[in-house]
Design a protein around this ligand. Structure first.
Ligand SMILES: Cc1cc2nc3c(=O)[nH]c(=O)nc-3n(C[C@H](O)[C@H](O)[C@H](O)COP(=O)(O)O)c2cc1C
Length: 172
């Protein structure tokens, strides 16, 4: 799939088929994530892969009851690793770069899912503490985003966007 077709066709999908994600596809997606840029190439994030139904149910509960987190066959939890970035970049690394690194990684995963014929939805509304506990309370990590991934059980037209001229400001 051409990159611009991926960008045009991607939608947030909240209804998934009862069909697992093949291990090789998941691996391909994660390899794509691992090509994401990061501050100083430190990759100050960690990814937790939840395929187990009970674990996904716990993540759905932690995500204010968003049931599609449980019904999608895979949930990827992207966590910032502030200390990893702080070793080189101090407070700015801990506060900003680690979160940006994790966010870019999640974006790569989202686009890779589409390119591989799958669908996803980015989950940002969750209890940090409950998500952290659901992934085993990893010390020093901060959940930034959950990406639910699977095969779409719905099709959606392109979503509306602000007109470019209200977003983009060309400077003299
Ligand atoms: C930072 C962020 C947080 C989001 N949180 C949620 C969420 O908690 N639940 C949800 O269903 N969708 C969530 N979304 C998906 C957005 O609702 C969606 O991207 C937006 O409505 C545009 O629709 P589209 O992705 O289909 O183009 C989130 C997206 C982003 C980027």
């Amino acid at each position: 799939m051409d990159f611009f077709d991926v960008v045009q066709s991607r939608r947030s999908i909240r209804s998934f088929l009862d069909k697992p994600v093949e291990a090789d596809k998941l691996h391909q997606l994660l390899e794509a994530v691992n090509r994401a840029p990061s501050a100083g190439n430190l990759q100050a994030y960690e990814i937790f892969v939840a395929c187990d139904a009970q674990r996904r149910a716990a993540l759905a509960h932690a995500s204010l009851g968003q049931s599609y987190v449980a019904s999608a066959p895979v949930a990827l939890v992207f966590c910032a690793h502030p200390q990893r970035s702080a070793t080189r970049y101090g407070e700015r690394g801990a506060r900003l770069y680690a979160v940006q690194d994790a966010t870019i990684a999640c974006t790569y995963a989202m686009l890779a899912a589409t390119a591989l014929g799958m669908a996803s939805v980015w989950i940002g509304a969750f209890s940090d503490q409950q998500v952290w506990q659901a992934i085993g309370s990893p010390e020093g990590l901060e959940p930034v985003a959950i990406l639910s991934v699977g095969y779409a059980a719905e099709q959606r037209e392109p979503s509306r966007r602000r007109p470019l001229n209200t977003i983009v400001h060309y400077l003299d």
